[in-house]
Design a protein around this ligand. Structure first.
Ligand code: ATP
Ligand code: MG
Length: 466
């Protein structure tokens, strides 16, 4: 790894912004996570600049300046087609609530600015116009050693801002670094501060963590340090929770391996993380098989996940998707399934969720920690059969039927009411068994043939009634 930076490694517009500030009599540095990512050869998403110029001075230098965080001295400069955050160099007052500095005062010294940053690898600054690199805390060396180490006294830094412990765990996963032992040891004593962090910020960190190749690195760090016990104690109950003969791991080990094997959107990895959250509570010993059972864990787990996702302010769509995936994650496919069984499965899961569920199923199989060729083959077979069902245009909801509610009302001579939906549901059940029945004349004939006893049964039936 290169221990120096050159001007030509910094995008030209960023260099120009620094130069323009200098020409106006100010100092400016490229600073923080962007240099870390650049030095690691990763793609840099945001270039941040620290400057001695106050926001009002910046407005005098650039034409398009948006006051994005004026109280923290941050403005966004639109320049050469890009957006760049410029923050006035700052020191900070005391943090009395563990969340926000009580006062921000602007200073004219990059050293003080770097001192308030969280980890050494994030506390590097570079002036590309002069080629000067400022690294007072050994950030470059820690990049080489692949270590996350707090700037200054770890306990103090974690006590100032509770989010930092979670950022530390996230970087362990996204950068594939280790926690410096003294930094890790300080986390346990600062969990009260962490507990005050808003649920939204914790949620956002968890979602960012899911971008890592192996998010389990972060969750193992959270388990070791006690962070997980604050955010999701029910996951901790998986540790040491022994499973049945089909698994090589306890539930926690299985969850971690499933999580790493999962991919797709961050929210699908949240589903992988939570998919067996119901196992510890439902575990029971069966004398018959002399093994553990987890009867109904997918239902119990779906409810638990729903509560947790509400608490952590996930969007309604994210929450219902995750709950749905957990609720149906026991696919239990067998080649003996009839085509009608494949269609019933597809109706339960929904065509728009089935791809995500199969992906979770594959990760879940890999998570068993033993050879799973057979299970993978079965899932591939199921996937092929699902594709065939979809290609054949099978009816999966009452909307796909070739009759509608109006037809039902006319044929039955009733004005409407819940019975209409139930008749359509009964027709869909028949069409699921035999797709050839989805023919307008045949469906109308079935409606005409409904006898008084059948209609009464449909009238009285209620969803959820046994
Ligand atoms: P990422 O962009 O992947 O989230 P990052 O480290 O760049 O990681 P940002 O939120 O973009 O994080 O913050 C930019 C820089 O600001 C960081 O590199 C760090 O120097 C500083 N920083 C961010 N959050 C904190 C914090 N909670 N405490 C101290 N310094 C922070
Ligand atoms: Mg960043």
């Amino acid at each position: 790894m290169s221990r120096t930076l050159r001007r030509d490694q910094i995008p030209e517009p960023v260099v120009e912004i620094v130069q323009k500030l200098r020409d106006a009599g100010f100092r400016a540095w490229v600073v923080g996570g962007c240099l870390r990512d650049l030095l690691l050869g990763k793609e840099v998403s945001d270039w941040d600049i620290a400057t001695s110029a106050l926001p009002k001075d910046v407005k005098g230098v650039f034409r398009r300046v948006i006051p994005t965080g004026i109280e923290h001295g941050t403005v966004t400069v639109l320049y050469a087609g890009g957006a760049y955050e410029l923050t006035t160099l700052r020191g900070e007052g005391a943090y009395s609530d563990g969340r926000r500095p009580d006062e921000v005062f602007f200073v004219d010294d990059i050293g003080e600015d770097l001192a308030r940053r969280d980890f050494t690898v994030n506390a590097i600054a570079f002036d590309p116009t002069e080629g000067i690199l400022v690294d007072p805390y050994g950030g470059l060396e820690d990049l080489d050693r692949r270590v996350i180490r707090a700037v200054g006294e770890p306990a103090e830094r974690f006590g100032e801002d509770g989010l930092r412990v979670l950022r530390a765990a996230r970087f362990v996963a996204t950068l594939e670094f280790e926690l410096d032992p003294a930094t890790e040891a300080a986390i346990g004593g600062q969990l009260d501060t962490f507990a005050k962090v808003s649920k939204e910020r914790v949620r956002d960190e968890w979602l960012k963590t899911m971008k890592a190749k192996r998010p389990s690195r972060a969750f193992e760090a959270m388990r070791r340090t006690g962070i997980l016990g604050v955010t999701c104690p029910t996951l901790l109950e998986q540790v040491g929770c022994e499973q049945n003969q089909w698994h090589n791991h306890d539930v926690w080990g299985h969850t971690m391996e499933t999580l790493d094997a999962s991919d797709g959107k961050a929210i699908d990895r949240i589903a992988a993380l939570l998919h067996d959250i119901g196992k510890p509570e439902t575990r029971a010993h069966s004398d018959k098989t002399n093994d553990w059972t987890f009867y109904n864990h997918e239902r119990v787990g779906a409810k638990m996940a729903d509560r947790w996702l509400r608490k952590y302010r996930f969007s309604n769509e994210e929450r219902t998707d995750v709950v749905h995936l957990i609720r149906h994650h026991l696919i239990c496919y067998s080649p003996k399934w009839s085509d009608a069984a494949v269609r019933r499965f597809l109706r339960r899961v929904g065509a728009d969720h089935v791809g995500r569920l199969l992906a979770l199923g594959r990760a879940d199989a890999i998570g068993k920690g033993r050879p799973v060729d057979e299970e993978m083959k079965a899932l591939a077979e199921l996937e092929g059969r699902i594709e065939a069902v979809l290609a054949a245009g099978a009816a999966l909801s009452t909307r796909d039927l070739l009759v509608n509610g109006k037809d039902v009302m006319e044929r039955l001579g009733v004005p409407g009411g819940p019975v209409i939906g139930r008749v359509l549901g009964a027709l869909l059940d028949q069409v699921t068994e035999d797709p050839a029945l989805n023919d307008r004349d045949r469906l109308l004939a079935i409606i005409d043939d409904l006898g008084p006893a059948e209609l009464r049964a449909l009238q009285e039936s209620r969803e959820g009634k046994p």
